[in-house]
Design a protein around this ligand. Structure first.
Ligand code: PXG
Length: 291
């Protein structure tokens, strides 16, 4: 494992930040989770674009160009020698005092961790997941907008805790109007009558890069995709269901709130998309030169 901390490459042991950093004190910051497949940083440009949009929303000036941030990311991946792994890129408001005022933070802190990924067990992909809707609501767009990938993940963590307490692996969060939003770290898709449906970003979900890739794949396979406001009814009556995210990639769902989806096994369109997604992971992105 290797860390780029404010431009310097340091070991895990030396990667330390101040207890006065507002990223820690208030969750005041933004982040990205990115995968490396066979030395290809998957959709790096899209992740950097989203990071800068998140920062812009919270009025955090990262203080360096996107091109520079891409260079710093490639630098630490190359030095790590990791060809298949995970990157966590974090930018915080930086060190301030004990008050909330972000103007007291003169310089943002950034760090880029490169680590080996702990893959989900293979049987999850073969057998599919059981998931549950939870009582905790997705926070509303007029509060902390879920399109912003901020360091405030307590909403999602509370949902995860609830799912775990129900003996379920993953939670689907509903919003205050009763509409389906997303899982705690994944977007959700259903298949109905051969077509794909996923929640529109304005309902209050992160615009996942895996989600976008799946929509592109569906287009190339001539599978119609719709952004649609959905309720639990749409989930329970779906022909197929899957989740998409950087860590999980595309993962089938076979049971939602004890309702069996498909025949309790991953559906054929889901499997097709998983196959196509695997191909894309090595093509789309930035290739790293390792020395
Ligand atoms: N929704 C939320 C709320 C997320 O945090 C996604 C959807 C999927 O987006 P991408 O761009 O990854 O397709 C995420 C992903 C993890 C992990 O290790 C994943 C995420 C954040 C933190 C951890 O599972 N984000």
């Amino acid at each position: 494992m290797l860390v780029n901390l404010n431009g310097k490459l340091v070991s895990k042991e030396d990667a330390k930040i101040s207890v006065f950093d507002h990223g820690l004190l208030y969750g005041d910051g933004v982040f990205e989770g990115i995968r490396i497949y066979d030395g290809n940083i998957f959709r790096l440009k899209e992740h950097i674009d989203r990071l800068y949009n998140s920062a812009k929303f919270i009025m955090l000036d990262i203080g360096m160009s996107k091109e520079q941030m891409i260079k710093e990311t490639i630098k630490v991946v190359s030095a790590s020698k990791i060809r298949n792994g995970y990157i966590r890129l974090v930018v915080t408001r930086g060190v301030g005092d004990l008050g909330l005022d972000p103007r007291k933070c003169s310089k943002p802190t950034y760090f880029i961790i490169v680590d080996n990924i702990k893959l989900y067990p293979e049987e999850f992909y073969k057998k599919g997941l059981e998931i549950t809707t939870v009582a905790i609501r997705r926070n509303i767009s007029e509060a902390l907008n879920p399109q912003v990938k901020s360091l405030n993940y307590l909403n999602n963590i509370l949902a995860k805790i609830e799912a775990i307490n129900h003996g379920s692996f993953e939670a689907v969060m509903i919003n205050e109007q009763g509409y389906v939003t997303e899982a705690t770290g994944d977007n959700i898709f259903i298949v109905k009558n051969g077509q794909l449906f996923t929640t529109p970003p304005y309902i209050g979900v992160l615009e996942g890069i895996t989600r976008e890739t799946v929509i592109e794949i569906a287009n190339s396979l001539k599978i119609k995709t719709h952004e649609k406001i959905m309720t639990r009814y749409d989930l329970y009556t779906a022909d197929e269901c899957f989740l998409t995210g950087t860590a999980a990639e595309v993962i089938p769902v076979v049971k939602i709130d004890a309702r069996v989806i498909n025949d309790g096994t991953p559906g054929s369109i889901t499997k097709k998309i998983i196959r196509e997604f695997k191909k894309k992971t090595k093509i789309l992105g930035v290739k790293v030169k390792y020395d």
